[in-house]
Design a protein around this ligand. Structure first.
Ligand SMILES: [Zn+2]
Length: 155
């Protein structure tokens, strides 16, 4: 694994341990060339996924991109980082187990919304409003009613 600081390829693994209920291995690495320390994660990838976008284009599924959009929706929400990682792994496993290597971007958005609705209503609404880009408030309410997210009291 190449050192992200100096580019040296002779980095060493100092520590390996399972994370996220043993679906990932977390490795602490050290670069002897510059002394830099960094962490890598190893996880099973069942299949290579391609995202089929609305405009008809295809792109490789990017877990980091998915993670970023979910983290934005969950910003300042009281959800443990571990729980977020578990949710993301669950989403990816669902996508990988559809049996198709092409996944529509809408299908991904819907799985994300379902998952967010289960853990945090505020994050769910944030994500859904950006994702669906609703013009009409009525459309949005119909959509929320359709998915029936859990009611969370904020008092
Ligand atoms: Zn280095």
């Amino acid at each position: 694994m190449r050192c992200p600081f100096c580019g040296d390829t002779e980095t060493q693994v100092k520590d390996s341990r399972p994370a996220e209920d043993h679906v990932t291995i977390r490795r602490r690495r050290l670069c002897p060339a510059c002394g830099g320390r960094f962490t890598t994660y190893e996880r099973v990838q069942l299949r290579d996924l391609t995202v089929l976008k609305k405009n008809g284009r295809r792109e490789d599924f990017d877990r980091d991109k998915l993670t970023r959009s979910i983290r934005i929706a969950l910003q300042k929400r009281p959800i443990e980082p571990e729980r977020i990682d578990q949710m993301i792994s669950g989403i990816v496993r669902r996508l990988e187990s559809t049996g198709e290597s092409d996944v529509r971007s809408e299908a991904i958005g819907e799985i994300v919304m379902e998952s967010l609705a289960r853990i945090d209503t505020v994050a769910y609404v944030r994500f859904a409003s950006v994702y669906k880009n609703f013009q009409e408030a009525d459309d949005f309410e119909d959509f929320v009613a359709e998915l029936r997210p859990p009611v969370v009291k904020e008092s």
